[in-house]
Design a protein around this ligand. Structure first.
Ligand SMILES: [Mg+2]
Length: 293
């Protein structure tokens, strides 16, 4: 079967079924009592376009999305390993700028590899240490769902890039937040936690599946980043499409008993799947799920 039919999750499921990969369900792999590691690859034309992002922002984002997976594991990042595939005609100054962007994320680069390639390819491995990794399977009925900050800014920024709209939201798309402090704070007691990379709807579904409970999210309580509603209107899209379906906000979603300083967006119940409520009534999500298609 071709990968186009199988899909990413189909492929991973098949590898796991054969015992060729193990314990791959979390944001980062734990390989010793307190070590965690994660890796993300970015490919030109698939994950980014050099006419939309500069080399410095690209470096920053590559570091940030990996640090985000460590944050979702309650880990303190300690090192990055960077592998680059570069066309031979690449300017050295551009590569230096890329590394300056990585350095801005504040975690030292301790190794990696460089090779020539047909197009720019960037793979970052992030290593960290965590005393407790919540994972995704411990959410239970009665837990509250919290997010670390408003959502939708990355999606709005993406639309601005696409439509040529000048807006400070573009920066939110190019420069994901680093929620390391929040991650460590939540990891102490959270029953489940992940970073919102694929959108609140999809990522909540992952916790629901792994934890065997239902996640109920009240749309009125979902914090929307400043300016997102205005961009949604300009591009004729639903504000919840931007805030719940696009992803790349890299805020953390956690199931906790005590929300502390974080924003409650819903709760866990007996059952399965993810339910979105508006004014207490279930919302048909097809209205905004199309965004990912
Ligand atoms: Mg993640």
């Amino acid at each position: 079967m071709r990968l186009s039919e199988l899909g990413e999750f189909g492929l991973l499921g098949e590898l796991a079924r054969r015992g060729l990969v193990q314990r791959i369900e979390n944001d980062a792999a734990r390989f010793a009592p307190d070590f965690v590691v994660t890796q993300d690859a970015l490919v030109e034309g698939v994950h980014f376009r050099l006419d939309w992002t500069g080399w410095r922002d690209l470096g920053y984002k590559a570091a940030a999305v990996n640090i985000s997976d460590l944050a979702a594991s309650g880990a303190e990042p300690e090192a990055l390993i960077v592998s680059l595939g570069l066309p031979r005609e690449t300017e050295a100054d551009d590569v230096i700028e890329l590394y300056e962007g990585i350095a801005e994320a504040g975690v030292p680069v301790l190794g990696g590899d460089t090779t020539s390639a047909d197009r720019l390819y960037l793979s970052v491995t992030a290593l960290g240490r965590a005393s407790r990794v919540p994972g995704r399977e411990g959410a239970r009925p009665g837990d509250l769902l919290v997010v670390t900050d408003p959502l939708g800014a990355s999606a709005a920024g993406f639309h601005c890039l696409k439509e040529g709209i000048k807006s400070s939201l573009v920066r939110s798309h190019l420069r994901p937040p680093l929620r390391v402090v929040e991650g460590k704070e939540l990891a102490g007691t959270a029953h489940a936690m992940l970073d919102i990379s694929d959108g609140l709807a999809s990522d909540a579904q992952r916790i629901a599946e792994r934890s065997h409970c239902r996640l109920v999210i009240e749309l009125e309580r979902v914090p929307i980043a400043d300016g997102v509603a205005e961009i949604a209107e300009r591009v004729h899209d639903d504000v919840y499409s931007l805030a719940c379906a696009f992803g790349e906000d890299y805020e953390l979603l956690a199931a906790v008993l005590e929300p502390g300083r974080f924003t409650v967006v819903g709760r866990c119940e007996e059952g399965e799947g993810v339910v979105f409520l508006r004014d207490g009534e279930p919302v048909e999500r097809s209205g905004w799920d199309h965004f990912r298609d």
